[in-house]
Design a protein around this ligand. Sequence first.
Ligand code: MF3
Ligand code: CO
Ligand code: CO
Length: 329
Amino acid sequence: MKISSLDAAPATLPQANEPCWCGSGRKYKRCHKKSEGRVLQGHVSPMRSVPDHIARPPYADTGEYEPWDEGRVKSPEIIERMRHAGKVAGEVLALAGAMVAPGVTTEEIDIAVHEAFIERNAYPSTINYHGYPKACCTSVNEVICHGIPDSRKLQDGDICNIDVTGWVGGVHGDTNATFFVGDVDPESRQLVRVTEEATWRGIEAVKVGRPLSDIGRAIEDAVKPYRYGVVRAFVGHGIGEQFHTDIQVLHYYDSRSTTIMREGMTFTIEPMITLGSVNYKIWDDNWTAVTSDGKRTAQFEHTILVTADGADVLTGGPGTASPSAPWAR
Ligand code: MF3
Ligand code: CO
Ligand code: CO
């Protein structure tokens, strides 16, 4: 069954065993019933260009990604540049989050993100990254991550994650947050709040000399009382001159995650937490990851620098989209 936004369901729906309203000849329960209440794919507009005066990362023109060996511990000079890229990404995320409201399309948010990065002399890192077409990811309700902004209007009661990454001064800053659209049900509100708390527990577990597995353990401990799921298929990552480097930050405990945190390392922490199953499917756009059971999922992300006494949150600070962050408490 192909679910398309071009199909408009009638006001009165058939019984499960009656023929589907779409005219496929199949029973309703075998056809469009499966998509009830799910996020429908909208129309994705063509890739927007980035003006010539903005410096471009190596993959921007080809969409091909050629990884190279990048040190895990960054020089003070790179760290200064990452501080700036992080600040820019944090500002752009806050501005995108302020647009979230019923009736706004994710494409409108994407255009604002695109323009905001350009105004700050940054290239929106996701554009043409492995061919990805937009300046941010917008992941609504059961979309775990990598939702492509499109013509779908946000609906009252949705939750919407916006993930923005900018490349400026030759380095990336990567951050995301989940926002409420109008009046959101208590179960979803709790999911979002707990996911944000869990992200901060993960950040607080950053400590020189400790293994990366401490981070996943802290996140898992924070969500355990709620019996939420911790997505395993997508992980945090090393970041710097490249968008994704070899460091993998698992959001669940795994004893094999033995990499020791060193002062000057930079990586993201970005847990995806689910109300139900952590299993996922990918839409036929080859990007959008959704929960296999259609239940909702939330995410928050920051780019982190390991310091002598903990973590410096490069994408954080006053005015950024983290209501329970230390600076907002
Ligand atoms: N920003 C995402 C992350 O946190 C990656 C998006 S890559 C894209 O790692 F190609 F899907 F945009
Ligand atoms: Co990331
Ligand atoms: Co991201």
